[in-house]
Design a protein around this ligand. Structure first.
Ligand SMILES: C[S@@+](CC[C@H](N)C(=O)[O-])C[C@H]1O[C@@H](n2cnc3c(N)ncnc32)[C@H](O)[C@@H]1O
Length: 493
């Protein structure tokens, strides 16, 4: 796959990585010292227990694109909803307290029922998750793209008298179980590969610090999330330790050996993209249309959504939407999209197989032009490889048996005859050469023949056979990259 066609935004944000120096307003440090509440977007400190709007702003800028859907199962006074409206994101919020539901609805009347949906309900219940799914469907989506979780800090503030309220959980274990239930429901409702942001502080009980933040983090991990960052954020505004009571708290701290809470946590998680999900979607593709006319950069740009979409239905919907928006011929564009999507995700699936082998390590920069992975730790510098899946090229003019007997000749041919569309490169490559000897026209299907790929790739990596391939490019420059060829061939049994 030609690397220069990858977008320069991460699949989950609008940050243009080509201009990353212009994003000073997006924080990447793990310590957030926020001077005051940002009131520019209509935020008021009118609800004890709300978070500062900057938390939502930062989460949205880094982990969502415009029009993405944020799910907040502990909506409270709706800080996340106001920020969603301000930054052009959509939102589904759930809140137990009817007065708060009405209060937030009144704050965003013009967006209600369209871009912002506020549900009254108990976020621990399956029936609430079902209503969220219905709401997603009404918004033409399968999943939310960001989960914001700001639960009660157990019993520090009692939000209501209702037993379903997490702040009324009789024990710490009971609170954590309810939190984990909400986390699991959120996990299911979140698009794979997307992020969750947990805002939580710790508490003291009977003279002992209870690290609620870490306990909740552990529950998030149990629910299937991977932790990406623990941010320590200072407490500002109305909390303890300020104003008239501050001397009393300081006295208590000195007398009892305590610390006064000045911070809470913003813990960031990612839902892994499950290889089985995408594999199943790839297996649903019935046929592979030809590329058709070369459309160049415009169609490439228009179809960037292929990188982040993992479901075929979502892909079809987005194809139609973009074709209508840009006035593109939907059938031609659809063929182009499906081909690009299939090639990209089968490449990723093959890369996952390569990376599952103990000899390999991933290249941490997903936008690296010429390296997907490293082979053998000891030789990290020289053995960065790009993975390339290709059918046995017709132009090679020899059959598969000949190619298998002369891998170096085939590698030289592949380097010298790179597609003119992609950026030419002479870096180290691991080629996976596919050929269906029973039905050559079905060779495209070998890209998703995962058991066969696992066997072929595993056998090769157990005992890699690497070659120095000398070749000359179109300008006559000499190159000598290191290459390997893995043959993945379907033959009559
Ligand atoms: C810490 S506050 C969230 C504040 C919010 N981030 C804001 O800025 O206004 C937690 C909220 O969760 C709500 N809550 C507690 N248990 C709930 C449950 N089981 N389902 C839905 N909401 C719940 C509480 O009523 C409270 O409003």
């Amino acid at each position: 796959m030609a690397k220069n066609k990858k977008p320069k935004t991460p699949p989950y944000s609008d940050i243009d990585l080509d201009h990353w120096k212009e994003y000073d307003h997006v924080w990447t440090d793990s310590l957030w010292q926020i001077d005051s509440r940002d009131r520019s977007g209509g935020h008021t400190l009118d609800y004890h227990g709300n978070f500062v709007p900057q938390i939502a702003t930062q989460a949205y800028l880094r982990y969502t694109k415009e029009n993405d859907i944020v799910l907040d199962p502990f909506l409270g006074s709706g800080t996340s909803a106001i920020e969603a409206a301000r930054l052009n994101r959509r939102l589904i919020g759930v809140e137990l307290k009817p007065d708060l539901v009405e209060y937030v609805r009144a704050k965003v009347p013009e967006l209600l029922g369209d871009r912002i949906h506020i549900l009254k309900g108990d976020s621990t219940l399956e029936q609430t998750a079902a209503r969220v799914r219905e709401t997603l469907a009404a918004m033409d989506a399968d999943h939310a793209q960001l989960l914001v979780l700001h639960p009660p800090y157990h019993d520090i503030i009692q939000f209501s008298d209702q037993p379903e309220d997490l702040s009324n959980a009789p024990t710490l274990a009971g609170f954590l179980d309810l939190f984990e239930t909400v986390a699991r429901r959120g996990f299911d409702l979140l698009e794979p590969g997307r992020f969750a942001v947990l805002v939580i502080g710790d508490k003291y009980t009977k003279g002992e610090l209870i690290p609620l933040g870490f306990y909740c983090m552990e529950r998030m991990q149990r629910a299937g999330f991977r932790t990406k960052g623990i941010v320590v954020k200072n407490i500002t505004g109305n909390e303890v330790g300020k104003g008239r009571d501050s001397n009393l708290w300081r006295y208590r701290a000195l007398a009892g050996g305590y610390y006064i809470f000045r911070h809470e946590y913003v813990i960031v998680f990612q839902k892994p993209t499950s290889p089985t999900d995408i594999r199943q979607e790839l297996l649903k593709v019935k046929s592979m249309p030809p590329w058709g006319r070369v459309q160049g950069d415009a169609w490439d740009r228009a179809s960037r959504f292929i990188y982040s979409i993992t479901g075929l239905n979502a892909l079809r919907r987005e194809t139609k939407r973009v074709a209508a928006e840009l006035g593109l011929p939907v059938n031609d564009f659809g063929r182009y999209v499906i081909r690009r999507w299939y090639n990209f995700h089968t490449h990723q699936a093959a890369l996952d197989i390569v990376l599952a082998h103990p000899r390999t390590r991933p290249e941490p920069d997903p936008f690296h032009h010429t390296v997907d992975f490293y082979l053998d730790e000891a030789d990290r510098r020289s053995r960065g490889f790009d993975l390339k899946l290709t059918p046995l090229p017709k132009g090679f003019d020899h059959d598969i048996a000949y190619a298998q007997a002369h891998p170096e000749e085939l590698a030289r041919w592949l380097y010298a005859h790179q597609s003119t569309q992609g950026r030419f490169h002479a870096a180290n490559r691991l080629f996976v050469v596919l050929y269906d000897a029973i039905d050559p026209k079905a060779t495209w299907e070998l890209r998703r023949d995962f058991p066969r790929l696992e066997q072929a790739i595993g056998d090769f990596l157990d005992q890699p056979h690497l070659m120095q391939v000398a070749f000359e490019d179109r300008e006559g420059t000499q190159h000598q990259p290191t290459a390997g060829i893995i043959f993945c061939v379907r033959t009559p049994i």
